[in-house]
Design a protein around this ligand. Structure first.
Ligand SMILES: Cc1ncc(C[n+]2csc(CCOP(=O)(O)OP(=O)(O)O)c2C)c(N)n1
Ligand SMILES: [Mg+2]
Length: 327
């Protein structure tokens, strides 16, 4: 575990995780009362994965995500107001209100796309990495996908091609042990996910995805490996979602559909990445409780302002419904 972070760096990691958490939790009420109409997959609980990349990223590096990508966008330097507006499907949104929560994109910050087709953006990330290599750039492309993505052939084809061409790509698997309501133990043999990368001879790591000190360390290693031309890298982040697969809870239709055992959920709540970093900083007297509270308060008002703005923004015009559609 890297313990040489300065106070400022730790507080910055903390702030980013809190920003993602408060943003995600702020969607719960508008989802339940129907003001947000698109499907929303919350990232609460998994923040230390995305934020782990933040310290070593450059603006010119690129991210591709999936249906659960709000946190990736925020870490990549995305505009919070534009993301919140997108989730309300408003025209001030980063995709003009046409994509919604599952299609977060903003080329100006290197968030090159997110899509809910499981594993659907992995090959796109590969293309970006190939472009970096052709242009002799030292940038890195990161593909975020869930454990569900390990059941898709395109992942294996992409790792193979990336390994063959030594591309600067990080295959970032957020293993939260479930693909919708399907536990990973029912879809994969008992063979650790990170070993998928080993089979192709690339550097592969497995890490506690709820420990920000560990995620930043592994991300630093992966990013510098890629910048040196020694990529690709595969990382399995072991993590857990604190909310339902889609929406605040899987019991949204009034029936018990979250098949995850209560004890398992409780166990993971104790590993909440934000609380863990709080405990670490307080125990080591790195900061005081009131500094953490101040950060939370500031974040809270930033998130509130983003909702206010999104709610008064307009929906895209009806007559423009066919714009940006392939025909
Ligand atoms: C190719 C494809 N198959 C099935 C689906 C339906 N589907 C949507 S999300 C999802 C689960 C994804 O699980 P995972 O990749 O582990 O991500 P998580 O939701 O756990 O973050 C599935 C199967 C889909 N969107 N695309
Ligand atoms: Mg999953």
């Amino acid at each position: 575990m890297k313990i040489s972070y300065k106070k400022k760096e730790l507080l910055n990691l903390y702030k980013q995780m809190v920003l993602i958490r408060r943003t995600e939790e702020s969607f719960v009420e508008p989802i339940l009362n129907g003001r947000i109409k698109c499907p929303v997959h919350l990232y609460s609980g998994e923040e230390a994965v995305a934020v782990g990349f933040s310290a070593y990223l450059k603006k010119e590096d690129v991210f591709f995500g999936n249906h659960r990508s709000h946190g990736h966008y925020i870490v990549k330097g995305g505009n919070l107001e534009a993301m919140v507006a997108e989730i309300y499907c408003k025209e001030d949104g980063c995709a003009g209100g046409r994509g919604g929560s599952m299609h977060i994109i903003d080329k100006s910050v290197g968030m090159l796309g997110a899509a809910p087709i499981v594993a659907g953006t992995i090959s796109l990330t590969l293309g970006a990495a190939l472009g970096f290599k052709y242009e002799k750039k030292k940038n890195v492309a990161v593909a975020f996908f869930g454990d569900g993505g390990t059941g898709e052939g395109v992942l294996f084809e992409s790792i193979n091609f990336a390994a063959l061409r030594k591309l600067p790509i990080i295959f970032s698997c957020e293993n939260n042990y479930y693909s919708t309501h399907l536990p990973i133990r029912e879809t994969r043999p008992n063979y650790p996910v990170y070993k998928i990368g080993r089979a192709f001879g690339i550097k592969s790591f497995q890490v506690d995805g709820n420990d920000i000190l560990k995620t930043t360390a592994v991300c630093e290693k992966a990013i510098s490996t890629c910048r040196k031309g020694e990529g690709p890298v595969f990382i399995e982040f072991k993590t857990y979602r604190l909310r339902g697969h889609v929406g605040p809870s899987d019991n949204i239709q009034g029936t018990q559909t979250d098949i995850r055992p209560i004890q398992e959920i409780e166990k993971w709540k104790k590993k909440d990445p934000i609380k863990r970093l709080e405990r670490y900083m307080l125990k080591n007297r790195i900061c005081e409780q009131k500094e953490l509270l101040n950060i939370s308060k500031k974040v809270e008002s930033q998130v509130f302002a983003a909702h206010q703005k999104a709610q008064i923004s307009n929906f895209p015009k009806g007559e423009e419904v066919e714009y940006y559609v392939f025909r």
